[in-house]
Design a binder for this molecule. Structure first.
Ligand SMILES: Nc1ncnc2c1ncn2[C@@H]1O[C@H](COP(=O)(O)OP(=O)(O)O)[C@@H](O)[C@H]1O
Ligand SMILES: [Mg+2]
Length: 443
């Protein structure tokens, strides 16, 4: 993007402070640590920090100006003063998309699988097109406008995550970027802290499909709960495409062989649910004109996103790191994957808390313990965290199960094991990947 400060201020509904209006902005950033010369810094209030405090820092490092609320401006730091930086960013993103970008918008929603599907689709579309995608570790509210503002005028497609946790967020995201293609991964239990029922979640998510226009494309998971609800939201004359879990021929710690529309694919990725996401990506890429043989080649070269069923070999253990995040749906998916993997040895589960599940949290954890015990009766279960004991409670029939106060105790325990596959998973806040880091150090 390229705007003068005057144009940007007008589009955001802001006022210039210590700026002439002629300065050129060539990008945006929300992180003063990584900001580059020529970028505009948005001072956004996060959970831990208030970005407005770093306005001075950002400008010192070469930012053209900061965007901050008027009452939080820093004396003498060139700024655009706005009502609310997050909303200002949304306004600017909408204006940029409408007036400068030719890219079509591919929107992905669902309770799980958005990021995976987005990354896979980005890879496959990039075979033929110029594509930008939502960057990692940002929620939709900031991530979506941020991605748009960093997209190139050359881009053919933007692959965006419409991740929501509050009722008004989907409307907000759609008002910035109405989709041309909408993809549903799967609806399930997630973000129940702010959206009360599954029905409520589905109503919000279905808005992405309601927003499609004639000739647009809706892509639906044939096996998602509440499928008919989503079908009903799709306007007339929208093309509807379905996908489902393809036929899995073999899954091991080497990867997966599967068959989709008469083509056999080979990929280093594992997990039926990941392969399902891949099926969605393949179908969309094919629909948008990417050659099947080239897709097949690319599929062979895929690597998992960090901490999403990432396989590493550490001494006597094979580690399957799925510690990116967790909710009941994705926990079950991990357990299913573990069950699908051909392996003669111990399958050891190291599980931490699933967060943000509201008052029924203990029950959800107990249910997962129970699910594991039923699916993999000879599994080993080690847990930690506030709800660690609930997993154990649910997994009554497992022979080997134990709760630990911290990661170090689990490591101690592992040093006595004679090997196996470690399945490691918890919500982001638990940072369970530290266990894997420490395990690496010990080898
Ligand atoms: N289709 C799916 N069904 C069930 N679980 C899934 C699916 N896709 C991904 N997961 C699991 O959900 C978790 C989050 O995946 P991710 O792609 O980051 O989803 P999101 O961006 O929607 O939060 C991961 O642990 C992953 O293994
Ligand atoms: Mg995500």
């Amino acid at each position: 993007m390229k705007y003068t400060t005057k144009e940007a201020a007008r589009l955001m509904g802001g006022k210039l402070y210590r700026l002439s209006g002629d300065e050129i902005i060539e990008g945006v950033s929300i992180d003063s640590r990584t900001i580059k010369k020529g970028e505009m810094f948005f001072g956004i209030k996060g959970e831990r920090f208030d970005g407005t405090q770093f306005a001075h820092d950002a400008v010192r490092k070469g930012a053209v100006c900061a965007v901050v609320p008027e009452f939080k401006r820093t004396e003498n730091v060139p700024s655009i003063l706005v009502d609310e930086p997050v909303m200002a960013m949304g306004r600017l993103a909408r204006a940029y998309l409408n007036s400068r970008l030719k890219a079509k918008i591919i929107g992905i929603t669902g309770s799980v699988g958005k990021t995976t599907t987005k990354d896979l689709l980005h890879r496959l579309l990039s075979i033929k097109y110029s594509v930008s995608k939502t960057q990692k570790s940002q929620n939709g509210f900031i991530g979506l406008p941020f991605t748009i503002l960093n997209a190139s005028e050359k881009d053919d497609y933007l692959v965006l995550e419409y991740g929501i946790s509050r009722p008004y967020e989907m409307d907000y995201l759609i008002s910035i970027a109405p989709p041309d293609v909408a993809i549903l991964t799967k609806v399930g239990k997630s973000h129940l802290e702010f959206l009360n029922t599954e029905e409520e979640v589905a109503i919000e998510k279905s808005k992405l499909f309601k927003a499609l226009k004639m000739f647009d494309i809706a892509v639906l998971n044939k096996n998602t709960p509440m499928l008919d609800f989503f079908e009903a939201a799709i306007p007339k004359m929208v093309r509807v495409i379905y996908y489902e879990t393809p036929e899995i021929i073999e899954m091991s710690v080497q990867g997966t062989v599967f068959k989709l529309d008469e083509v056999t694919y080979n990929t280093p990725l594992i997990g039926k649910h990941i392969i399902t996401n891949l099926a969605a990506a393949i179908i969309v890429a094919k629909t948008l004109g990417v050659d099947v043989d080239e897709i097949k080649e690319e599929v062979e070269k895929l690597t998992p996103s960090p901490m999403r069923l990432e396989i590493t070999h550490l001494g006597k253990f094979t580690v399957i790191n799925d510690a990116y995040n967790a909710n009941p749906e994705s926990m079950k998916a991990l357990i299913d994957t573990a069950g699908d993997i051909n392996f003669n040895g111990k399958k050891i589960f190291i599980l931490g808390d699933m967060l943000e599940l509201g008052p029924r949290s203990p029950i959800f954890h107990e249910e997962i313990g129970n699910y594991l015990a039923r699916k993999i009766p000879d599994a080993v279960l080690y847990t930690t965290g506030r709800f660690g004991k609930e997993y154990i409670k649910g997994a009554r029939s497992l022979k080997v199960k134990e709760y630990f106060d911290n990661i170090d105790e689990i490591l101690e325990k592992l040093s006595g094991e004679d090997g196996g596959i470690l399945f490691v998973k918890a919500s982001r806040g638990m940072q369970l990947e530290r266990l894997i880091e420490k395990l690496k150090e010990r080898i």
